[in-house]
Structure formats: structure tokens, C-alpha cells
Design a protein around this ligand. Structure first.
Ligand SMILES: Cc1ncc(C[n+]2csc(CCOP(=O)(O)OP(=O)(O)O)c2C)c(N)n1
Length: 275
């Protein structure tokens, strides 16, 4: 892909704005979902899809595609929202979120939704799957890349740390993990539930290249993906400091918005703020 960085960033910002609105519309209509963790991840996902992920909306199963695994699967409205912006899904499908009919189940399904490559919702598995696809790409002499987004609370799962060792052992330079480090879990802060300590030092000691960024700063997001792509010696993790509920004043940093849906009145206020 040839990039004009500033133009790409501007387009990504526009895309993220639409994503945020659609995340709120989906969770409002369904009366459920996880808006907080969607909104913290939105800017990163927008830049990834708009500027780096090699995918084809007209051929979602294209064998040469890059992979994006949303390991924190409860945030799937953020992925549906970007898939709508990219043309994998129609915008009218917003009404189908969490409905039995339609293609937008409450948790990601690779059997139902075009553009989704992993069933998730049970936390902890995405990095292992990214490793597997990255190894397969290597065996096929393909330059495909595997991106995986993990929640900070998700890092409480032991499987993630096994997979971290695996990626480093095989020097999987085509794996890029992103930690959505919003400092909140399901019902409390990360530090209350189980502290992660010096996260950067931990990933580094497991053999990963680490890049720490502000996950809402577009220059930093863009540069981190570019740097990860250029790093050839092993896997890279982008530790992205984010704000849960980012973009909607009354949702920001509020653990209660982990799993909740806005009322009619809250939706109206939120949509105004986002405009
Ligand atoms: C294996 C597993 N254990 C517990 C849960 C319940 N659960 C759903 S979301 C969540 C909190 C995850 O926190 P984090 O990864 O930080 O997500 P974010 O704050 O980014 O939404 C938990 C514990 C789950 N989905 N899977």
C-alpha cells in the first residue's frame, strides 16, 4: 500500500467518528453490549483497517489476506462498525446486533460474519491463534501478517503468557499484538483485580519488541504499526494507553460502562457529543 500519511490519518479519524456513533446505535438498540471497551479500541482499529490491514471487502476469505483477531471479543461492535465502514457489512445491519436473525451475533463468529476470522468471547485465546496463522504464513512463504488485540484484563488469562513465549520462541515477526490498556476490567480497575505491574518490562522480558503509545493519538498509532511492520527480528507488541468509553464524556473511565447500553436520552447526548 502506498500511503500519504496525513491523508490516511484524516480518513481514519472520520472512520472512527462513524464507528463510535454506530457502536452506540448498536448497543442502544440491542439493549446490551460492551460500549466502554469498544470505544477505547476504536481509534486503533480504525487506523489498522484504514492504513495497514491487507484485506478485501469483496473477497473476505481471500487466502492472501492479513488477519485481525479481536481476542477481547466482547468489544465486537467496534469490529462490526469498522467492517461497515470498509464495506464488508451494510450499515443497515446495525439493527441486527444481538438478533438471532442476521449476521451480527453478540460475540464474534467466523462462520456467520464476513471479515471475522476468529470466534472469541472466551478471553485469552487470540494470541495463540495469531501465532498459528503466522506460522502457517511462514510455511507458505507468504508475507501475511497477524494482528491481535488483547484487553488488559484479558492479560489475567494464563494462556496469553504461554502464547507470548511461543511467538518469541519462533521469532514470529509477522505477529503484532496490541494491548488496549484502558486500566479497567469487568467490575473494577486492573490494579484492584490483579495488578499487571510493569507491563512493558514483562513483554520485553518474554522476548518481544515493545512500543508504548497513547492509543488515541493518531500519529503515534500510525507510527507504531509502521514500526512493527518494519521490525524483522521477532514479534512486536503495541501497548496502547487508552481510556475506556473514550469520546463520550459520561462513559469515560467509568467501569459501569463495561457492559451496559445507553438509554434514549444518553444516546442523544452521546451522539451530539460525537458530532
Ligand atoms: C475466559 C473468560 N473469563 C472471564 C470472562 C468474563 N469477562 C468478560 S469481559 C471481562 C473483562 C475483560 O477486561 P478487558 O480485557 O480489560 O476488557 P476491556 O476493558 O478492554 O473491555 C471479563 C472478565 C470471559 N469473557 N472469558
Amino acid at each position: 500500500m502506498v500511503h500519504n500519511k496525513q491523508q490516511e490519518i484524516m480518513k481514519s479519524k472520520e472512520l472512527a467518528k462513524n464507528m463510535r456513533k454506530n457502536i452506540l446505535l448498536m448497543t442502544h438498540r440491542a439493549g446490551g453490549g460492551h460500549p466502554g471497551g469498544c470505544l477505547s479500541a476504536t481509534d486503533i482499529i480504525a487506523v489498522l483497517y484504514k492504513c495497514f490491514l491487507r484485506v478485501d471487502p469483496n473477497n473476505p476469505s481471500w487466502v492472501g489476506r492479513d488477519y485481525f483477531f479481536l481476542s477481547k471479543g466482547h468489544a465486537v461492535p467496534a469490529q462490526y462498525a469498522v467492517l461497515m465502514e470498509m464495506g464488508f457489512l451494510a450499515k443497515e445491519e446495525i439493527k441486527d446486533f444481538r438478533e438471532i436473525e442476521g449476521r451480527l451475533p453478540a460475540y464474534p463468529s467466523c462462520e456467520i460474519t464476513p471479515g471475522i476470522d476468529m470466534a472469541s468471547g472466551s478471553l485469552g485465546q487470540g494470541l495463540s491463534i495469531a501465532n498459528g496463522t503466522a506460522l502457517a504464513a511462514r510455511l507458505n512463504n507468504s508475507d501475511q501478517r497477524a494482528y491481535v488485540m488483547l484487553g488488559d484484563g484479558e492479560l489475567h488469562e494464563g494462556q496469553v503468557w504461554e502464547a507470548m513465549m511461543t511467538a518469541a520462541h519462533f521469532k514470529l515477526n509477522n505477529v503484532c499484538a496490541i494491548v488496549d490498556y484502558n486500566k479497567l476490567q469487568l467490575d473494577g480497575s486492573i490494579d484492584e483485580v490483579k495488578t499487571l505491574g510493569d507491563l512493558n518490562a514483562k513483554w520485553a522480558s518474554f522476548g518481544w519488541k515493545t512500543i508504548e503509545i497513547d492509543g488515541h493519538d493518531y500519529e503515534q498509532i500510525y507510527n507504531s504499526f509502521a514500526e512493527a511492520k518494519g521490525f524483522k527480528e521477532g514479534p512486536t507488541v503495541i501497548i496502547a494507553h487508552t481510556v475506556k468509553g473514550k469520546g463520550v464524556s459520561f462513559m469515560e473511565d467509568e467501569v459501569g460502562w463495561h457492559c451496559a447500553s445507553p438509554t434514549d436520552e444518553q444516546l442523544e447526548i452521546a451522539l451530539k457529543e460525537l458530532s
